[in-house]
Ligand binder design. Structure first.
Ligand code: ATR
Length: 281
């Protein structure tokens, strides 16, 4: 990679940031399009996030992605928020405006729905849906599903109060279900989404019995390490179409890349294999 003095700068801020796959992903696109630009990992502790974001225009950065734990603190720091980021209460993409303003958006929701649409036959209007989890990822998935036309969403979360708060906030058509009732909640569902960390390498297993889930229901896991989680393996074994979480990572990256580097990059199998090779190392 040879950069000129005019190279476009972007990156990802996280704490820690070393686990982030975004530099590899954006690096692939930069190389594919022979762009004079760079995308770097930026390790920023939570107490320095405002200083770090404010420094971006000074340093000539075009913007950054944000990952754990900065997504939820960024809305209060950004000068402008897109309506989706405001509703979700989290920013994962920051673009520096002409005037140096920090413009925050959330592409997790569009990444989630794009992945689902491209990799399954699930279409809105086929309710009910079941979402496991009530954290930031659940919020983005639920907002995406509601915006796509979902009319009935059941949220089950270990801490029921969080599910109730989320359901209340999202309004009509969304109900909280007790975690211990998650198996029964699958009855008649057309889509099951896991947004918890359960099933991720190094995390506890997701205990769920899919018996009540119709065989035509799409099962989507946003966990992508491993790529085929035990949930997806169980779904596949009984005939439910599975959708893995890697696609969400790839699709959420597209709008930021386009805004910073001026090219709409493609999500294709070559990119998928490239990112996957790193996950399997
Ligand atoms: P994110 O913003 O990435 O969604 P999060 O807010 O930490 O991350 O949410 C993690 C989700 O995984 C939560 O729904 C969490 O349940 P709680 O709200 O009860 O914490 C869920 N989760 C994590 N570990 C879990 C476990 N051992 N059993 C059940 N749910 C778990």
């Amino acid at each position: 990679m040879i950069l000129s003095g005019k190279a476009r700068l972007a990156g990802v801020m996280g704490w820690p940031v070393s686990h982030s796959r975004s530099p590899r992903l954006h690096g692939f696109w930069l190389e594919r399009h022979a762009i004079d630009g760079v995308y770097v990992p930026l390790a920023v502790p939570p107490e320095r996030i405002e200083t770090a974001l404010r420094a971006l225009p000074v340093l000539g950065f075009r913007g950054v992605n944000l990952t754990v734990p900065h997504k939820e603190s960024a809305p209060a720091i950004c000068d402008e928020l897109d309506p989706l980021a405001r509703r979700i209460g989290a920013v994962n993409t920051v673009v520096i405006g002409e005037d140096g303003r920090l413009i925050g958006s959330n592409t997790d929701a569009s990444g989630f729905i794009e992945n689902l649409r491209r990799n399954s036959r699930w279409r809105s209007g086929s309710d009910p849906l079941v979402v496991l989890g009530a954290g930031g990822a659940a919020r983005a998935a639920c907002v995406a599903l509601l915006d796509a036309g979902a009319g009935s969403v059941r949220i089950a979360n270990r801490t029921q109060m969080r599910a109730e708060i989320l359901a209340e906030e999202l309004g009509a058509g969304v109900e909280a279900v007790a975690w211990q009732d998650r198996n029964d909640a699958l009855d008649g569902a057309t889509l099951l989404v896991n947004t918890t960390t359960l099933g991720m390498t190094g995390q506890p297993a997701l205990e769920i019995d899919l018996s009540a889930l119709p065989k035509s229901a799409v099962v989507c896991d946003i966990v992508y390490t491993p790529l085929e989680t035990p949930l997806l393996a169980a779904a596949r074994a009984r005939g439910n179409p599975p959708v893995d979480g890697l696609g969400m990572l790839l699709y959420q990256a597209q709008p930021g890349f386009e805004a910073w580097f001026g090219v709409r990059p493609d999500v294709d199998d070559e990119l998928r294999q490239f990112v996957l090779a790193d996950l399997q190392e």
